[in-house]
Every structure is written in structure tokens, then in C-alpha cells.
Design a protein around this ligand. Structure first.
Ligand code: RTP
Ligand code: MG
Length: 143
């Protein structure tokens, strides 16, 4: 199976709860290689750009407020079948509906504040990765 890349963000609630290490450990134990990683803080505008696809949704404003409410940690991850496997690892958007043992089931408080993002397609993963990282910041030569 071909390797894929996905873009994740450890969201501001993940950082506030002191879960960067725990969540990153789960990601690595699940076999994902980290090709790029940084800590940054989105503004309402940059959060709005990232989630522009949800512009017309009723939760858009709240989502932009939340995503700009503190530091976050975007990463580019690589693995075979990364897009689907990562969404399985993080669980459903609403933690109440997420399978037991998933990151959202274990750590998320609500559908809005749900700890972590995962790209929904290879194509969107590329667009999302370029939102946070220059090509020169991507370390592709993992052992
Ligand atoms: P994400 O894009 O963050 O990985 O999450 P997702 O695919 O599981 O969910 P999506 O439908 O893309 O929604 C993006 C984010 O918007 C917030 N949301 N709030 N209040 C609500 O009803 C609601 N619905 C979605 C969540 O933070 C969700 O992750
Ligand atoms: Mg999504």
C-alpha cells in the first residue's frame, strides 16, 4: 500500500490540558512518522482560512474563536493509508460517538473542542500542510 501524508493539528484544548506528549506518543505508537512539527497560534482570520470549507456552517464563528484561543501544534504525518488510519485513531468528530480508545473518546470534551484535527483526503492534506509548512521544513528522510 502506498504511503500517504496527513496534516494534523493538536488543537488549543489539547495544549491547554497538557496532552501534547500523550497524544504525540499515541500517534507515533500507531506507526505515523512525523515529517514536520511546530507550535504556533492562529488568528481568527488564519483559523477561518483553514476551515473556509465550513464558512456557511452555524458553528463556524465558534470554531474560529476556539482555534485561535491558544497555541496549537500542527504536524505533517506519513504512513501507509495515513488518511483513513489517522481518522480511525482520532475517532468521530463528536467524542460521545467516538469509539472507545480513540483520542477524542479519551480526551475531548465536546464536538466543538475535540482535541485534534485530521485531514479528510490526500488532496486536502496537501493543501492543509502547505498552510503551515514550507517545503524546506518537511523532513522526509525518516529511517
Ligand atoms: P477536523 O476537520 O477538525 O478534523 O474535524 P472533523 O473532520 O471530524 O469534523 P468537521 O466536520 O470537518 O468539523 C470541523 C471542526 O468543526 C468543529 N465542529 N463543531 N458545534 C458543532 O456542531 C461542530 N461541528 C463541528 C469541530 O472542532 C470539528 O472538528
Ligand atoms: Mg474535517
Amino acid at each position: 500500500m502506498a504511503k500517504e501524508r496527513t496534516l494534523t493539528i493538536l488543537k488549543p484544548d489539547c495544549v491547554r490540558k497538557g496532552l501534547i506528549g500523550e497524544v504525540t506518543k499515541r500517534i507515533q505508537e500507531a506507526g505515523f512518522d512525523i515529517l514536520a512539527m511546530k507550535m504556533t497560534r492562529l488568528t481568527k482570520d488564519t483559523a477561518g482560512g483553514f476551515y473556509a470549507v465550513h464558512k456557511e456552517r452555524p458553528f463556524y464563528d465558534e470554531l474560529c474563536e476556539f482555534m485561535s484561543s491558544g497555541a496549537c501544534v500542527p504536524m505533517i504525518l506519513e504512513k501507509e493509508n495515513a488518511i483513513a488510519d489517522f481518522r480511525e485513531l482520532i475517532g468521530a468528530t463528536n467524542p460521545d460517538e467516538a469509539d472507545e480508545g480513540t483520542i477524542r473518546a479519551d480526551f475531548a470534551d465536546s464536538v466543538g473542542e475535540n482535541i485534534i484535527h485530521g485531514s479528510d483526503s490526500v488532496e486536502n492534506g496537501k493543501i492543509e500542510a502547505s498552510y503551515f509548512f514550507a517545503e524546506s521544513e518537511v523532513v522526509a528522510n525518516q529511517a
